[in-house]
Ligand binder design. Structure first.
Ligand code: ZN
Length: 447
């Protein structure tokens, strides 16, 4: 892949006080224009062509950035004559598009491993891959629903119907798109006079889904935030200055806190089978939120033999996890991934699912789920932790090489199944998280 299309339209009215006479994409982030940062990101990941779709004062931007020679890339400008929406702008610049390209919004600060994103897109053979992430206000966000293989199933725009739980996954505004998949939209677009404004999120992707096109979700904890208001802009500048943005990319290994589910995040319910049984323990949302802010990836790892035993289907389990994410989201906390082991080793019971009655490598205390997360999220296990309420969790932490902390909620470590002891015990997750944050601000212990 060779081309990044940056949608640099928009007047930036709400940012007038910060912008002065500058066009919005030229807004400085720690002394460097936002647009220049995006171009550098593209270049670092091997792209040789950046096409800017500009609505407002392309001359000013061109005078500043030139033809891209200073980055050794080809920098083209496509001037919009009227605001056409995100997709409209791209369709109007049809002849300047290559077979496959990345779309980035010019008002977002992005630090993301584009190489990895594009490789994932290619492997899946998708018509489009959408970068998705959890956010801290899913209840008033447009949400995306994916299956277990990351294929997008549906878009759920706000307001959400009461009584339904969705995964906390939001369109982050960064896409990889195959140009031929847009051909039909382009034909319709140029047939209309004057052309109708079209938005990727609202118009194009839902229509592609209706046509049966293959849309994939790419769920990532990497950094993508828009700078559309003075508050958001100041926050992004602060996070760049503190190194948060630099560290968030998959190119940097990150520490994680692995969390057990039942008895650690939510009340233990002896093989939780019904969504109504899921209730969060006190203080866990705030604790997870502190981990979110503290630069940890937060990963839930849970044994769910109830699936192998035939008590809960994968679909029901997904709804339970959607509710977990929603309850956390209501209090502005999110987890980066939920992994579960559906297996159980001992067969011979009525109603069980024989294909899941196996000795697997993911059932805790085996470290399979943690190792998979480490691969998929580029985690630094040496700086990572596991918090759980059983000796199974403590043994799992030891097996994976992360630091084990016990909580005295749920089973409170009295299950007696393994001899592994925790580094420390705490009354609950909030106290354990306080310890993690305090330990992590200390210099690393000598190897
Ligand atoms: Zn398993």
């Amino acid at each position: 892949m060779n081309q990044v299309a940056i949608l640099a339209g928009g007047l930036g009215t709400r940012l007038r006080a910060r912008l002065g006479d500058l066009p919005k994409p030229m807004i400085p982030i720690a002394g460097q224009p936002l647009l220049a940062r995006q171009i550098e990101l593209a270049r670092r990941h091997g792209f040789h062509r950046v096409t800017l779709f500009v609505c407002h004062r392309p001359d000013l931007i061109e005078r500043e950035l030139g033809d891209g020679r200073r980055w050794d890339i080809q920098l083209d400008y496509v001037a919009e004559t009227a605001p056409l929406g995100t997709a409209g702008a791209v369709l109007a610049g049809w002849d300047d598009l290559e077979e496959e390209f990345v779309v980035m919004y010019g008002d977002t600060m992005v630090n993301l491993d584009l190489t990895r994103l594009c490789a994932t897109h290619r492997q899946s053979g998708a018509d489009a891959t959408l970068v998705l992430h959890p956010n801290n206000h899913p209840f008033d966000s447009d949400l995306v629903e994916c299956d277990d293989n990351d294929r997008i199933l549906a878009f759920h725009n706000r307001p959400h119907p009461p009584g339904r739980w969705f995964q906390n996954l939001v369109n982050a505004g960064l896409y990889v798109i195959r140009r031929p998949a847009l051909a039909g939209f382009h034909d319709a677009f140029i047939a209309e006079k004057p052309p109708r404004a079209l938005d990727f999120g609202r118009d194009i992707f839902p229509a592609m889904l209706r046509q049966g096109k293959k849309l994939m979700g790419y769920n990532t904890p990497e950094y993508i935030k828009d700078i559309g208001t003075p508050e958001r802009y100041d926050k992004v500048c602060d996070e760049v200055a503190r190194g948060v943005v630099e560290r968030s990319s998959f190119t940097h290994p990150a520490p994680a806190v692995f969390l057990d589910r039942d008895g650690t995040l939510n009340h233990e319910a002896d093989g939780l089978r019904s969504i109504d049984q899921l209730r969060l323990l006190p203080g866990v949302s705030e604790a997870v939120q502190e981990l979110n802010r503290g630069g940890f990836r937060v990963v839930v790892v849970t044994n769910q033999p109830v699936v192998a035993k035939g008590f809960v289907s994968e679909k029901q389990l997904r709804e339970i996890h959607n509710k977990l994410e929603s309850l956390l989201g209501l209090e502005h906390a999110y987890v980066d991934r939920v992994y579960y082991c559906p297996h159980h080793p001992d067969g011979g019971f009525p109603g069980e699912r024989p294909e899941l009655k196996i000795a697997c490598e993911c059932r805790k205390p085996a470290p399979g789920m943690l190792l998979r997360a480490a691969r998929e999220l580029n985690l630094d296990l040496k700086r990572s932790w596991m918090v759980g309420d059983t000796t199974v969790d403590m043994q799992c932490a030891r097996n994976a090489g992360v630091r084990p902390l016990l909580v005295e909620t749920g089973h409170a470590g009295r299950d007696g199944r393994f001899s592994a002891s925790p580094e420390r015990s705490f009354p609950g997750l909030p106290e354990a998280v306080r310890y993690i944050l305090q330990q992590s601000s200390l210099p690393a212990p000598a190897p």
